[in-house]
Design a protein around this ligand. Structure first.
Ligand code: NAG
Ligand code: NAG
Length: 384
């Protein structure tokens, strides 16, 4: 008898882990809610984010702050379709660096841009297929007002649209310094981020993409290989500070890993190419195909940047939380029964199997263990 009790307790414990998905059969759809700190949820979220970052050509790599909701839909064929809601943070790496989000540094609180992504991803482990048909994200900068409260001297963001000439001046002065010191002739492609701070005088900090100069006569042979419209080759961080009439300029540049020249022939279905699952323990995934062809047949998703929430929510209207602070729309179908998705390119065999996708599940269905623990738990950077 004395032995039985621990056994019964053990059985209860395992029973309840096992039944929580069963309870979900009461839902109108065949979805299972996963715990947001489970290794399955975290693994799937990692793949989804990797896919989102790889798909983008603009902006900074997004990292996972926490998993907010995961619904699993087991398919009649092997594998499952997952519906993910992820709370994300912008990192310091530009997407063109092609770095994995796990290798990118989070930003300090005052320069954080945060938000939410929804993604739909099919994972078939036996066949090692990962395929994400769609994602969408919405981001906002951290509240300037609240940051100013905590840190009145922190740099504050400045528009990168060149409405402030001192932003452009900081970029050109710092790039000039880089070119001088390295006998190079890179030119400015685009300013991607800017902020200002009072140090001994006004100081501007900028991130900008650089491109190679157009062909010069001395490189005639190399010219034919150059694409007609130039692409960014690296990203620089520069600053320009003033103290009286003195100027202080700093610059560091990082170059993107150069890609093999693509001849534009074998790229037709690139966007639909599924990724192959890495072997167990091999977290870093090789880029299986040249996925960054500039002319994409299909758009899988987009990242929408909205202004500071304070700008939409003036201080006097406290208590009036907007209906949805981070609206993210992601529906491949509106049919509650779901729709089949034709994905012949996913399966190598003769069987042309189909995925079933459902309308994106609404937030009311989630596991008790959601959202999961956050990397950066400050409420200022967590979507409400
Ligand atoms: C993603 O968002 C865009 C704009 O916010 C919207 O037009 C598009 O339909 C969304 N994608 C899906 C699959 O819902
Ligand atoms: C999440 O999971 C990790 C690893 O299993 C565990 O160490 C951690 O305590 C969990 N956190 C929460 C909040 O449940």
């Amino acid at each position: 008898m004395g032995l039985l009790l621990p056994l019964v307790l053990y059985a209860l414990a395992t029973c309840c882990v096992a039944t929580s998905p069963l309870m979900q059969t009461l839902l109108p759809t065949p979805l299972l809610s996963l715990g947001c700190n489970s290794s399955e949820a975290l693994g799937v979220a990692g793949f989804a984010l990797q896919d989102i970052n790889r798909d983008r050509t603009d902006g900074y790599v997004l990292s996972l702050n926490r998993v907010s909701n995961v619904q699993q839909h087991r398919q009649n064929i092997q594998g499952s379709v997952y519906y993910l809601t992820l709370d994300v943070l912008e990192t310091d790496c530009h997407v063109l660096s092609k770095k994995s989000w796990k290798d990118c540094e989070a930003r300090t609180l005052h320069e954080t841009v945060y938000g939410q992504c929804k993604a739909i991803i099919y994972i078939n482990r036996p066949s090692r297929i990962i395929y994400s048909p769609a994602y969408n994200c919405t981001l906002r900068p951290v509240s300037r007002r609240k940051i100013h409260h905590m840190c009145p001297d922190c740099p504050s963001p400045v528009a990168t649209d060149l409405s402030d000439p001192r932003v452009l001046e900081a970029a050109t002065e710092s790039l000039g310094k880089y070119n001088n010191e390295n006998s190079k002739q890179y030119s400015l492609f685009k300013i991607t981020r800017a902020s200002s701070q009072w140090v001994f005088g006004p100081s501007y900090f900028v991130d900008y993409l650089i491109k190679e100069p157009p062909c010069t006569k001395s490189h005639i042979s190399g010219c034919a290989l150059q694409p007609s419209d130039s692409v960014p080759v690296g990203i620089c961080k520069g600053s320009l500070g003033r103290r009286g009439t003195e100027k202080f300029v700093s610059v560091t540049c990082n170059f993107f890993e150069s890609e093999a020249p693509t001849l534009g022939v074998e790229n037709s279905a690139v966007n639909q190419e599924p990724a192959r699952l890495p072997k167990v323990g091999e977290l870093q995934q090789e880029n299986p195909t040249p996925t960054d062809s500039p002319s994409k047949a299909l758009t899988k998703g987009s990242v929408q940047y909205l202004p500071d929430l304070d700008d939409e929510q003036p201080e006097d209207s406290t208590g009036q939380v907007p209906v949805e602070a981070f609206p993210v729309q992601l529906d491949l179908t509106t049919n509650p029964q779901g729709e089949t998705l034709d994905v012949p390119f996913l399966f190598l065999g003769p069987m042309k199997e189909k995925l079933v996708v459902l309308p994106f599940p609404k937030g009311e269905y989630h596991s008790a263990e959601c959202p999961g623990p956050a990397q950066m738990g400050n409420p200022l950077v967590l979507p409400p």
